[in-house]
Ligand binder design. Structure first.
Ligand SMILES: Nc1ncnc2c1ncn2[C@@H]1O[C@H](COP(=O)(O)OP(=O)(O)OP(=O)(O)O)[C@@H](O)[C@H]1O
Ligand SMILES: [Mg+2]
Length: 356
């Protein structure tokens, strides 16, 4: 039996340090007060199935508000997502939930416990996949799992058994004894997820699990995460890929500028904030406003967005719009009818494209 050591804190290594803050002009002025007001509200939710509960959760770096008084409840067994563009505050939120970054304001409980008072006990029940892989490149694939497992005070035989099982789960058994350094990005990501599972966590926190991976590697990871969810692991993930959020999340919040701008299941969000279909129209020139103005769509168009490279026509009848566009004097380069997505939700809510 190996003596119990403190739970790894390596999840914060290489990530911005709370003490080296950059002073910035606050991007808003009302958030702190709203958060403080909410923070004084009594906790009413004592449902044991609510594993993570935050009220007025706020993170400030100097005078810059990175997370601006957000409220969330994550229930046992669900896959919960934070969808938002770069700088939305997703990682800052995840580090608070991971009990490695103190809150500035508000309240947060995990398993009904307070991160400040019960950090080690909570971290022992969490698996953390940080935005950047922090694997030990000097060690082999298997050694990475063994060393990490020992931090949790697990016996050598338990860790060895779990390591074998997790190597199979991550499809890395044949690479078990190779060093980490030459692995592909997708393999390293799978190893990081395997490592985060060594303590059999009840909640797995994944900060951008598939950023930078090719489509095939992303699908393999989605499949692994789906299996974990089937096994009852609660997944909390961040992403700026709308398809990832749609594939994986039962429920998600859309974050922008440190705030939650919408919440619901992917389908609910699309129904609430977008039309049934979208017609994407491209023209051979760059000034698209005149093209929009000459289209006579009447009631068919609920809304038209002019993006730099295309028009997006939001409608309940894509085929009818497509016929009108085709018959118009301006000749489009392409007309595509598709279903609405979370990208459209984000555009409607923020006036910006999620892709930046
Ligand atoms: N340690 C820090 N010191 C100062 N500012 C920080 C620190 N960490 C994050 N920030 C700022 O807080 C804001 C939110 O950052 P965060 O990393 O949480 O965003 P994100 O949604 O995870 O973005 P990305 O998609 O790029 O990972 C950004 O403007 C970032 O520059
Ligand atoms: Mg991030």
């Amino acid at each position: 039996m190996i003596g119990r050591a403190s739970v790894p804190r390596s999840t914060t290594e290489g990530e911005p340090d709370d003490v080296t803050v950059r002073k910035r002009v606050p991007h808003r002025t009302d958030g702190g007060e709203a958060a403080r007001a909410r923070a004084h509200q009594p906790e009413t939710d004592s449902d044991p199935d609510v594993l993570i509960s935050a009220r007025g959760l706020t993170k400030e770096f100097g005078d810059f508000v990175a997370v601006d008084g957000i409220d969330i409840d994550v229930r046992r067994g669900e896959a919960f997502g934070f969808l938002g563009p770069n700088g939305a505050g997703k990682s800052s939120t995840m580090r608070m939930i991971g009990c490695v970054s103190p809150l500035t304001e508000g309240s947060l409980t995990l398993f009904g416990m307070d991160p400040e008072a019960d950090g080690p006990a909570i971290r022992g029940r969490l698996g953390v996949v940080p935005q950047k892989d922090l694997l030990d490149e000097e060690l082999t694939v298997r050694e990475n799992l063994l060393v990490y497992g020992r931090y949790f005070g697990l016996s050598r035989s338990v860790v060895a058994g779990r390591a074998d099982e997790l190597l199979r789960f991550a499809q890395l058994s044949d690479r078990a004894d190779s060093p980490v350094e030459p692995l592909s990005g997708g393999m390293k990501r799978r190893l990081t997820i395997a490592r985060a599972l060594i303590n059999a966590p009840e909640i797995l926190l994944l900060d951008e699990p598939t950023t930078g991976l090719d489509p095939q590697a992303r699908h393999v990871l989605w499949d692994r995460l789906y299996r974990l969810k089937q096994q009852g692991v609660t997944l909390v993930l961040t992403t700026h890929y709308m398809d990832e959020a749609e594939q994986l999340c039962d429920r998600l919040v859309v974050m922008d500028g440190g705030r939650i701008v919408a919440e619901g299941s992917p389908r609910e969000l699309i129904e609430r904030y977008s039309s049934r279909e979208v017609v994407e129209v491209r023209y051979p020139d760059f000034d698209l406003e005149p093209h929009r103005d000459q289209l006579d769509l009447g009631d068919l168009a609920e809304r038209v967005e002019v993006l730099p490279d295309r028009l997006l026509i939001y409608t309940h009848d894509g085929d009818a719009v497509s016929r009108i566009v085709d018959q118009s004097p301006d000749r489009p380069v392409s007309v595509l009818v598709r279903r609405s997505s979370l990208e459209d939700v984000f555009l409607q809510l923020t006036g910006r494209s999620l892709a930046g």
